[in-house]
Write a protein that binds this ligand. Structure first.
Ligand code: 3HC
Ligand code: NAI
Length: 690
């Protein structure tokens, strides 16, 4: 056991209780030095006859938030003592050990707490096993101790979903022994004094009765209930199996099985992708080239212009975060419709138990609906969500320029339009930024923050920070047609449509995407969003398959027909009408129909997206490759176990991507052209991501 030069673990004595305190910012991750310090502290307690009990607690924002993920894949992760040894040493301590929990006891942190003989927590604490979100399972006895302490059902839920529970719920299921309202450490010491003489000490690994109570059908039921949610992922099933083992085998065998499953997951691609994504998401919050000392502007009230599909959802984000919103429409009817939808959405959340009636009332109480444009003059941030038309946008920004207070941020939710052009049309271009939400805006986590040429650094910083405050995942994008996400969608759509003419069916193209792990394929997505989006609205002008569908009212799910036919429950089935339209077009355009392989679909739709991502990267529209991945996971449901398009390309091998694209190049012309960056990186054997 190599001793670290400085230890984040300190010990102090309070009477006969040894307080073991960790100070390893920012989240007290259980890196090597912490693990070493914990074992040393337990040895100290054992050796000191004047010590009769131990309290383990943390300084800073949180109790141990888990293993140090940055050590994974490095030799540090294997330096002794490893976490399983640490927790065993804590549990085998001959003097009672009490975990004093605040903030989040997560992963390895909860495993440390489970190894302690007692656990106390402040009511705001959260406890969980998020390993599954990193493609893993709790690897230090967690899958074996948790069901023994909290019950099998609870452990199954926590391990397989990774969602934490609050301290109150943890108390109710026996995971916490006492809730402490006041100062944590002094009360934890008091608790330790109360239990100092208890023998035998309660050891989580030796508890049995909650396992005996378990109904063995619980596992099959749980799998069936979550089949859709877990589709494609390896880790949830491994978690279920590990918890099941706890019920079937003695503890000592259970931990060996847990270790085996843990190592299998750890060596797989999914865990690498999910761990990569953990850091990608955090990196996305960082703005390159931000001048030092830049301070965000103060946002007390938000204005939203337009209460349509997007304006309402955007407003809800701020209201839910306690920020007042002034929403402006052109007509009373549109205003009432928009606010009505918002109220119904809130009520639906309340009916599902996600919100209380009081919270709904509070949120809606912060909303000021009005037809008075001038009311926006009191807002610190104004987000425009009116029609997608440059003239309309310029007109609206011109009016905002006259009435907005000095220093107010003027944001556009445009999907495609040039934010620089909008900014240049007013007298304060530095205050203009894009804030591109995704539909449904109250649900989808992604927020593309579009940095214009003139956008002031503090405006960009404010947009990013307010995005985080309303619980979005903000990503910086540069100005281009469609920014990061929608721009990469375009080559995919172009090739998907060409594939139809060449012989693929909408079902085949969609199936390939769903099997890949996407929530839906390009044609299912078109039907959901509306085939008519961006359509020229002239039924006599039929130039492609989409025009033909729109001309006969096949606008997608909302009309009961699009690329698919829909029944009254919106279940899709293949449409002979659509098939005929496709075949007619192919004939008219002289396209020879042939059998299309699934691999060709992958190469022409997914490889082209990687190529577009590489272009976005080389021209600086995205700050880093991992930001592109964050956009696709949070904006379009790219399977996180594949990391995102750029990480996936790296795992496929860039030479293989280039080879596939070259195979299809002739067919994809004239729309397709290679990204030089992709060619260069493939040639040098490099990767996009680390
Ligand atoms: N290891 C290493 N670094 C970590 C970390 C971890 N487990 N958890 C967080 N960090 C880092 C972040 O990367 C970030 O670094 P940065 O400032 O350089 O970007 C910093 O800590 C702060 O993190 P957040 O921005 O996420 O801070 P929040 O306050 O928003 O959230 C948190 C705090 C809830 C603790 C959140 O960070 C979190 O969920 N962390 C991950 C917890 C986790 O997954 N634990 C399980 C690890 S696996 C394990 O324990 C295996 C074991 O069973 C063997
Ligand atoms: P929508 O048509 O549902 O709503 C637009 C609303 O703006 C209408 O209610 C209209 O009455 C109102 N409006 C128009 N001009 C106005 C004015 N001068 N003053 C006040 N209100 C005015 O459109 P939607 O879908 O909400 O789109 C709005 C913007 O968001 C567009 O720029 C669009 O590209 C973008 N967007 C749309 C997404 C979607 O999936 N619908 C996704 C992301 C961005």
């Amino acid at each position: 056991m190599e001793k670290p030069t400085t230890s984040p673990i300190s010990t102090t004595k309070h009477g006969d209780v040894l307080i073991v305190l960790s100070n390893n910012p920012p989240v007290n991750a259980l890196g090597h030095a912490v693990r070493h310090g914990l074992v040393a502290a337990i040895e100290e307690a054992e050796a000191d006859n004047s010590v009769s009990a131990v309290v383990i607690a943390c300084e800073g924002q949180t109790f141990f938030a888990g293993a140090d993920v940055s050590e994974f894949g490095t030799p540090k992760a294997f330096e002794q003592p490893m976490l399983p040894q640490v927790v065993d040493r804590i549990e085998s301590c001959t003097k009672p050990v009490v975990a004093a929990i605040h903030g989040t006891a997560l992963g390895g942190g909860l495993e440390v707490a489970l190894a302690c003989h007692y656990r106390v927590a402040v009511p705001s604490a959260k406890l969980g096993t998020p390993e599954v979100k990193l493609g893993l399972l709790p690897g230090a006895g967690g899958t074996q101790r948790l069901p023994r302490v909290a019950g099998v059902r609870q452990a199954l839920e926590m391990c397989a979903t990774g969602n934490p529970i609050g301290a109150k719920q943890a108390f109710d299921c026996g995971l916490i022994d006492r809730l402490i309202e006041d100062e944590l450490i002094p009360h934890a010491v008091g608790y330790a004094e109360e239990v100092r003489d208890v023998r035998p000490l309660p050891k989580s690994s030796e508890r049995q009765y909650k396992l005996n109570e378990c109904d063995p059908t619980v596992f099959e039921e749980f799998r069936a209930a979550n089949a859709k949610r877990f589709r494609g992922f390896d880790a949830p099933e491994a978690n279920v199996r590990a918890v099941k083992v706890a019920c079937e085998k003695p503890y000592a065998e259970g931990v060996l099985e847990e270790r085996k499953l843990f190592m299998e997951l750890m060596s797989g691609t999914q865990a690498k992708a999910q761990q990569y994504f953990f850091f990608a998401e955090r990196k996305a919050a960082k703005i390159d080239g931000l001048p030092e000392g830049t301070q965000p502007r103060d946002i007390k009230r938000v204005g939203v212009l337009g209460a349509g599909t997007m304006g309402g959802g955007i407003s809800m984000n701020f209201l839910s975060a306690g920020i007042p919103v002034t929403i402006v429409e052109m007509s009373q009817e549109a205003l009432d419709r928009g606010t009505g939808v918002m109220l119904r959405n809130y009520e639906a959340s309340a009916a599902k138990g996600k919100l209380t009636a009081e919270q709904v009332g509070k949120a809606m109480g912060l909303l000021e609906p009005t037809l008075d444009f001038e009311a926006l003059g009191q807002c610190d941030l104004i987000i425009e969500a009116v029609y997608e038309n440059m003239d309309v946008k310029k007109e609206v920004f011109g009016r905002l320029d006259k009435i907005a207070k000095p220093g107010a941020i003027l944001a556009s939710n445009t999907s495609y339009l040039n934010v620089n052009e909008i900014a240049a049309s007013i007298s304060r271009p530095g205050d203009v930024v894009g804030m591109h939400f995704f539909s449904p805006a109250n649900v989808m986590k992604l927020l593309e923050v579009v940095r214009g040429d003139k956008t002031e650094p503090d405006v960009l910083l404010t947009a990013m920070q307010i995005g985080k405050k309303i619980r979005k995942v903000p990503v910086v994008a540069g100005v281009c047609h469609g920014f990061i996400g929608n721009r990469m969608l375009m080559p995919r759509q172009v090739e998907a449509t060409k594939l139809l003419l060449e012989g693929a069916s909408p079902q085949q193209v969609d199936r390939v995407h769903v099997e890949f792990g996407m929530p839906m394929g390009p044609f299912q997505m078109a039907d959901l969003a509306g085939v008519d989006i961006g359509w020229h609205r002239d039924p006599n002008r039929v130039e492609n398959v989409r025009d033909a569908l729109c001309a006969i009212d096949r606008w997608g799910q909302k009309k009961g027909a699009g690329f698919y036919d829909y029944d009254e429950k919106r279940r899709p089935s293949p449409s002979p009408v659509v098939q005929q339209i496709i075949e007619d077009f192919a004939e008219k355009q002289g396209v020879e129909r042939r059998e299309i392989s699934d691999q060709e679909i992958v190469e022409r739709t997914l490889y082209t997206m990687v190529n577009e991502g590489a272009k976005i990267l080389e021209e600086g529209t995205a700050q880093r490759a991992s930001d592109i991945d964050v956009v696709w996971v949070y904006g379009y449901g790219w399977p996180v176990y594949r990391g995102g398009p750029m990480f996936w390309a790296d795992t496929e091998g860039l030479d293989k991507i280039v080879e596939g694209l070259k195979r299809q190049e002739e067919r994809m012309k004239p729309e397709f052209s290679f990204s030089q960056l992709l060619l260069d990186k493939a040639g040098k054997g490099e990767r996009f991501t680390r």
